[in-house]
Design a protein. Sequence first.
Length: 195
Amino acid sequence: MTSVFSAEGKNIPCTVIEAGPCVVTQVKTEKTDGYNAVQLSFDEKKEKRTSNAMKNHFKKAKTTPKRKVVEFRDYGKDVKHGEEITVDIFIEGEWCDVSGDAKGKGFQGVMKRHGFRGVNDATHGQHDRDRAPGSLGASSDPSRVFKGMRMAGRTGGQKVKMISLKVLKKIPESNLLLVKGSVPGAKGSYLIIEK
């Protein structure tokens, strides 16, 4: 993240995203595939690390192999196969949705994973158990722990979508997009930006 100053002198936090160039590798239509969609690909990839099926798929679009391939539904009306889409499709001041994979946090306890409050200054036999989950199940009637019980476990790494983020600025010569606020994922991770 970084920040920029507005015309009024306010410091606005923003994220810089490299948004292109993306190549249209396939245009799906109602007639051929049953629905309208456009498939975009981004980021160069070595040819030796690409399967033969994907090599031929990219060859049809007259482009080199790419790392990330994403399909956008109901967008395949005014784009052509092999066309390059850049950051120029965005307008400064408009709103967009950004989705990606959140940072993985590994195995965490119930306080960090689910926001359990803990025992704090309680007495009554609490010894070195301030961050413990407490009782898990009922007595011998069900004789089990119910599904969905909030427990310690692996957290983070799920798909997150940030909606209605403002496009502050675009830099077409280097395909950069400045979006107000934060976006999911670590530095260098892939994002999907929807208008």
